[in-house]
Design a protein around this ligand. Sequence first.
Ligand SMILES: O=C(O)CCC(=O)C(=O)O
Length: 336
Amino acid sequence: MAAKVISGVQFSSLPSSYIRPESERPKLSEVADCNNVPVVDLGCQDRSLVVKQIGDACKEYGFFQVINHGVSKEAVDKILEVAHEFFDLPVEEKMKLYSDDPSKTMRLSTSFNVKKETVNNWRDYLRLHCYPLEKYMPEWPSVPPSFKEVVSRYCTEVRQLGFSLQEAISESLGLDKDCLKNILGEQGQHLAMNYYPACPEPELTYGLPAHTDPNALTILLQDLQVAGLHVLKDGKWLAIKPHPDAFVINIGDQLQALSNGKYNSVWHRAVVNADKPRLSVASFLCPCDTAKIIAPEALTSGEERNVYKDFTYAEYYQKFWSGNLDREHCLELFKN
Ligand SMILES: O=C(O)CCC(=O)C(=O)O
């Protein structure tokens, strides 16, 4: 089988299937550094301050960073190490896990949705379902040998962080702290290890083009050494420099819907560079399939009408993966 992945394959120029038309290129020289990304210190004793900072960031930016988040440094260091080891494996070894079927609960893939897209993206990724661990861990890679142990520990710690953020987000909307979690039900958890090899012509392509996340909340661990995440703010792309010991938190489409549009599921993208490979580890908390996504009454009474139709997460997820990333916000399809 011909190699479909790009990690571990040598390229002297960018293959034509990765080249974006001129109007769609990242225009890297026009991207400004974002120096005032909200950084929320979750170790702060003043709960109402934390809740306010999170609420302001969700409204204004749709993303923020967190420090003193409770995920251990060891868990973070180890997952980055094991991710590098995984993508350094020989191509033949990685190809044993390859699939382009988005319904698979464990797969190594490339680009985004190769069966649907017309232009490819300069990324390989390993995508895993991670909750419940006992159900999904047996199908995870067993090479490198420490993979399952390292990733399961990381997933457990990140899940707790996700729940405490959802509580604070709920409170910041004036809701009971468990309100959003109760609507989201027994939440699924997915993990994407993204690997963006050094790219011969980074101006012509993306690691991941602009998209919003279809889930509830995303917790992103960025490679500290190599930047590449951009976020759209007021119509301009801003580069988010990795902050030591921080996670980048994105509001996903489901929290935008549950907040009745008060909070933003932000457009973001990953760009690549000519010098170094870049790695990121994204953890996604997802509503259970049957969760009915409808904003709580407290956010829709009086003057405020429901911005979105109600839907189940299974309906939404199916719609998201049936398309390509390069299109309108998937939530637009569910507007009233
Ligand atoms: O690699 C990044 O910085 C962004 C990753 C991302 O947006 C995703 O996995 O959905």
